[in-house]
Write a protein that binds this ligand. Structure first.
Ligand SMILES: [Zn+2]
Length: 333
């Protein structure tokens, strides 16, 4: 089908790395052989995904040479799709929860800045219908794939398209990248998730379930512990890091706020030398500008905390002022 809208350009890059680094079949460390790049149109703009692909190179391993794409990719987009899973969830919720027509949904998406044609909207609604009506593993091909790979790693994601409390729950198999089940539910509590996971487990039959990857929300954690007892559950690295960094981030933000209070008077200092053009006034203005620039300079927490950076910069300004003061004549007026 010809495109009726220009192909969008990615406005943001996202790196998706594998949460599991060991081969599921033989246990040796897999190699990060390459990254696969793709553009995904989401509700929040076009995202350039850089997906880590790992490969087991051990001779005679069942998974030798099989490209294992980072688990997190499926949270963004289905295989071979151009539009993000969040767009699908949005379209489905608008159609079935809000009873909107395709032209209405199309208009809403355009309002949100999503470059999509009405025709594509119709196609995406079809994809959504297929997705949620997916009869678990009824495709013999999928079951054969799972049997061949001998084990299953699940990923569970909940996508909230912003309407009421509906969440589109998607359960994927990470080694094959296939969606096993997708259900829109009005809530994402443990009670709703347990039957969902139990259904997946039943359908897998004898194929062993060796792990679960998720963002680690409490409801998912509890549901996994309940429905899949004994199955290792790993948080995705991104969420793991983010959670671990949260206390640090809070402390740093507080430190920054306190530091800012101490230099609030900078405007007063500037005003004091307004209209003057002597060396001392020029130096004062330069220092004030340095303070202002330190205040607006933001780092990237958690690895580069802004509060610490501000402290370093203000410290340097203070030291410089002390040196000037000791030096005598060029001291601040
Ligand atoms: Zn292997």
């Amino acid at each position: 089908m010809a495109r009726t809208t220009a192909r969008p350009v990615a406005t943001r890059e996202v790196r998706v790395d594998s949460a599991r680094r060991r081969c599921e079949a033989c246990g040796t460390r897999t190699r990060a052989d390459w990254r696969s790049r793709r553009c995904v149109t989401t509700l929040a703009g076009c995202v350039g995904l850089s997906v880590q692909v790992r490969v087991c190179h051990r001779e005679e391993c069942l998974l030798k040479g099989v490209p294992l794409r980072a688990e997190g990719e499926g949270r963004w987009v289905l295989p071979e799709h151009e539009f993000g899973l969040d767009v699908l969830a949005f379209i489905g919720a608008q159609r079935y929860r809000e009873h909107r027509s395709v032209p209405e949904i199309h208009a809403l998406l355009r309002q949100k800045g999503v470059a999509v044609s009405e025709r594509t909207c119709t196609n995406l609604l079809d994809r959504y219908d297929e997705l949620v009506s997916l009869q678990l593993l009824d495709a013999g091909r999928l079951h054969a794939t799972l049997k061949r790979q001998g084990r299953v790693v699940l990923a569970i994601d909940g996508l909230a398209p912003d309407i009421g409390h509906e969440v589109l729950w998607v359960v994927r198999e990470c080694l094959s990248g296939q969606v096993l089940l997708a259900r829109p539910l009005l809530a994402g509590g443990e009670q709703e998730l347990v039957p969902l996971l139990a259904e997946v487990k039943r359908a897998l039959g004898r194929v062993p379930l060796v792990g679960v990857v998720s963002d680690g929300q409490r409801s998912i954690r509890n549901a996994v512990a309940h429905a899949l007892p004994g199955v290792p559950h790993q948080l995705c690295h991104f969420h793991y890091l983010r959670e671990a960094a949260r206390p640090l981030y809070e402390v740093d933000r507080h430190a920054k706020k306190e530091l800012k209070k101490r230099v609030r008077e900078v405007r007063k200092v500037e005003r004091a030398v307004e209209g003057r053009d002597d060396a001392s006034a020029r130096a004062t203005r330069a220092y004030a500008a340095a303070v202002r620039s330190a205040l607006t300079d933001d780092h990237r927490p958690p690895l580069k905390p802004s509060g610490l950076l501000l402290r370093r910069r203000l410290g340097a300004i203070e030291k410089s002022l002390e040196r000037v003061e000791k030096g005598g004549p060029a001291s601040r007026s």
